[in-house]
Design a protein around this ligand. Structure first.
Ligand SMILES: NC(=O)c1ccc[n+]([C@@H]2O[C@H](COP(=O)([O-])OP(=O)(O)OC[C@H]3O[C@@H](n4cnc5c(N)ncnc54)[C@H](OP(=O)(O)O)[C@@H]3O)[C@@H](O)[C@H]2O)c1
Length: 311
């Protein structure tokens, strides 16, 4: 899993203040919201609001927020949603990584879906609030949150894990996921037409631990509770919530799986991995169901990884 390579911020800037349409240029720390322009020089306003779409007969273009969109699974899911004609808002701490995700998606069709980068630290309530305020200001609604930002943290024997290391994982994986889900929920409850979908990124660690992963495993188990609570509390408002539990998609996080990672028997072993694009296809399938249907839990894993049975 990627470590944050940015220096600690000394000046707090909100996501709303730092939002920027992609163009390969870092957009961090802008004092005011920049005028939205796309890579092709189009205005993002070419993406109609749902109300505009209904008036001119154009199809409703759905709006997704993807956290942790600057790498790995978040990037793959963002690309798959863009390819499926969603308007996608890319969130994560590193503005340049988000811009690279947008650049790698290729050129946008004229009048097609928009892509917006909004540098956001999901552990900061003000930045999460600003992210969703920006999305609603630009696009009028939120149809999907892919709640993906996460960190594995430091691998350590349970008795050696420092409080700060525990806290860092809880802050991103659990509190950050809660903050994003709550902000999306509020938007989905209040928008017209009401409703939307939240897809939480759990893990096979939401079911079974690896050695020396207490913070990651505990937060991913907690993600299952978040998913179930959102599903129940969302019923009155047409808000669906599902969870994808991934095992060994090839990302920065799984570099160690490919070279050798500690097993339950104390040995190091390399493990099979799979393509993150195969996870992304599953997320798009979950996202595109009508809101009265929901994949509650899906497990997508490298077929031969040592997880099922006794390894
Ligand atoms: N790869 C797998 O096999 C696998 C298996 C099970 C579960 N997962 C889950 O999949 C998700 C993505 O992991 P990955 O494998 O794609 O690893 P990754 O490439 O390291 O992605 C993690 C992403 O989270 C973002 N992030 C971390 N802290 C953040 C914060 N405070 N605020 C906003 N964004 C933050 C990072 O972006 P910035 O550094 O720019 O903020 C990064 O883009 C995680 O939740 C992970 O637990 C992955």
């Amino acid at each position: 899993m990627a470590e944050n390579t940015e220096p600690a911020r000394t000046t707090r800037t909100t996501a709303r203040a730092r939002a920027g349409q992609v163009g390969g240029t870092a957009t961090a720390d802008r004092p005011t919201l920049p005028a939205p322009t796309s890579r092709g020089g189009q205005r993002t306003q070419t993406a109609p609001t749902p109300q505009e779409a209904r008036q001119d007969g154009a199809p409703h273009r759905k709006v997704a927020v993807v956290t942790g969109a600057g790498s790995g699974i978040g990037r793959a899911v963002a690309h798959a949603l863009i390819a499926a004609h969603w308007t996608v808002v890319l969130a994560g701490r590193r503005a340049q990584a988000l811009a690279e995700t947008s650049r790698l998606a290729g050129p946008l069709d004229s009048g097609g879906p928009a892509v917006l980068t909004v540098p956001t630290d999901v552990t900061r309530p003000d930045e999460v609030d600003a992210l969703f305020a920006t999305v609603r200001e630009r696009f009028g609604r939120v149809d999907l949150l892919f709640n993906n930002a996460g960190t594995f943290g430091r691998a350590a024997a349970l008795e050696d894990l420092a409080y700060d290391d525990w806290r860092a994982v809880v802050d991103v994986n659990l509190t950050g996921s809660f903050l994003c889900a709550q902000a999306a929920f509020r938007a989905m409850k209040s928008q017209e037409p009401q409703g939307g979908r939240i897809i939480n990124n759990g893990s096979v660690s939401a079911h079974t631990p690896r050695p020396h992963s207490v913070a990651y495993t505990a937060t991913k188990h907690a993600m299952t509770g978040l998913t179930k609570s959102l599903s129940l509390d969302g019923r009155p408002y047409n808000i669906a919530c599902g969870q994808i539990d991934i095992g060994n998609a090839a990302t920065e996080m799984t570099g160690r799986m490919q070279t050798g990672i500690l097993q339950a028997n104390g040995q190091l072993a390399a493990e099979p991995v799979m393509d993150a694009a195969d996870v992304a296809r599953t997320v798009v399938h979950m996202a595109e169901l009508p809101l009265n249907a929901n994949v509650q839990f899906a497990t997508v894993m490298a077929t031969n990884m040592p997880y099922i049975g006794r390894g």
